[in-house]
Design a binder for this molecule. Structure first.
Ligand SMILES: Nc1ncnc2c1ncn2[C@@H]1O[C@H](COP(=O)(O)OP(=O)(O)OP(=O)(O)O)[C@@H](O)[C@H]1O
Ligand SMILES: O=C(O)c1ccc[n+]([C@@H]2O[C@H](COP(=O)([O-])O)[C@@H](O)[C@H]2O)c1
Length: 190
């Protein structure tokens, strides 16, 4: 199977992420999309980062009922911070029968040079890149491993959602109702 890996902190998962996952799972020639929840992005501070089990649970609630999207907890088995090359190596070991492709926004493509062993990632993996506003001219976009895809976009961020919760603003429609219920029940981000 050809599997698209969509890595993220998902702190929390939101409709912007889900639109990409759904589009890629249904319109890009992939068999499945796995949302890989990262305990700790090496390039991000841990400030406001809630525990990974809650982020995983929210991602699972968000994709419930979808056919081709799953959530992977593979990075919980690895040392932190979460280096993508280590995860890819482990996934190839566990699932030699699958072909893994990365899905990333052009914002991440721009910072790829700062990732551990990025040359190996570029050499060994196909990367589906979707446009993010403000990130059009990235140096890797003509690389043979890069496929630029067109996706519908919703410009939302987890930061905006966390701030909205702190300010007691209504977050309805920005993330699935099941995730909002979970956040409220556990008093997350307030
Ligand atoms: N609105 C969006 N539309 C499409 N892709 C997004 C959107 N928001 C984030 N992404 C991408 O999804 C992946 C996971 O994102 P992440 O979990 O960091 O969310 P975020 O909203 O950017 O978080 P934060 O605001 O906490 O930095 C990253 O590749 C990121 O570029
Ligand atoms: O491998 C790296 O060096 C590396 C550097 C920066 C980010 N990443 C991964 O990229 C993913 C996107 O991060 P985020 O927090 O923007 O969703 C997340 O899974 C990170 O672990 C990986």
């Amino acid at each position: 199977m050809k599997i698209g890996l969509f890595f993220g902190s998902y702190n929390p998962i939101h409709t912007g992420h889900l639109i990409i996952a759904n589009y890629m799972a249904n319109h890009s020639g992939l068999d499945k999309v796995w949302l890989v929840v990262s305990p700790h992005n090496p390039l991000k501070e841990k400030k406001d980062l809630i525990q990974v089990y809650d982020r995983l649970e929210m991602a699972k609630l968000a994709i419930e009922g979808t056919k081709n999207i799953s959530v992977s907890d593979v990075e919980l088995k690895l040392a932190q911070p979460s280096y993508t090359i280590d995860t890819l190596t482990l996934l190839r070991e566990i699932y030699p029968e699958h072909q893994f492709v990365l899905i990333m926004g052009s914002d991440n493509l721009k910072s790829l040079k700062k990732w551990k062993n990025y040359e190996i990632i570029l050499r060994d993996y196909q990367i589906f890149v979707y446009p993010r506003p403000g990130y059009t001219n990235t140096e890797f976009k003509k690389h043979p491993s890069i496929t630029i895809t067109k996706t519908p976009l919703m410009e939302l961020s987890s930061t905006f959602i966390r701030e909205s919760i702190k300010e007691q603003k209504d977050i309805k429609f920005f993330l699935p109702d099941e995730v909002i219920d979970f956040i409220e029940r556990k008093s997350l981000y307030s």
